[in-house]
Write a protein that binds this ligand. Sequence first.
Ligand code: ZN
Length: 156
Amino acid sequence: MTSQDLSAFSEMFRELASMFRLYGTEEQKASTLSAYFQTFQDYPLERVRKGYEQLKTTATKWPVPAQWIAAMPKGVLRERPLMDWRQMKASDEAERLFYEGELCTCSECADANVTHLNLRYVPCLDADGAVIEYWHPNRNKAVLLGEWIHGYPLTR
Ligand SMILES: [Zn+2]
């Protein structure tokens, strides 16, 4: 969270404080709020909010920070975009082939003189050159988005 998330966080904090009857003066509550906010600063607001929603239904008393953190979704894996069925199919197929395809005679491969090389399935990169992770809902794990390369890239 950043300082801009303070008001959104305050709302969640006040809601829980009232639901679970947090005792103390306004001053004490304000200092608890700021301590909690600092503790959760490494977590994105959305995860803090999911923890808050979870606590609303499962907590039986005012949560200490460790309980709030435990109520947040684990890891960031689930926040990756979901693969659609085409992407899942392509990814499963590539894995089954150990990322090596057949020989290809398309014009791209013919122009690059690589019709004797097996196609390769490689991770797609984003504009910063980083791999792109998707969530594979059927297998419940993160996988790299990939593509079959043809033509000149195969010579590398
Ligand atoms: Zn080709």
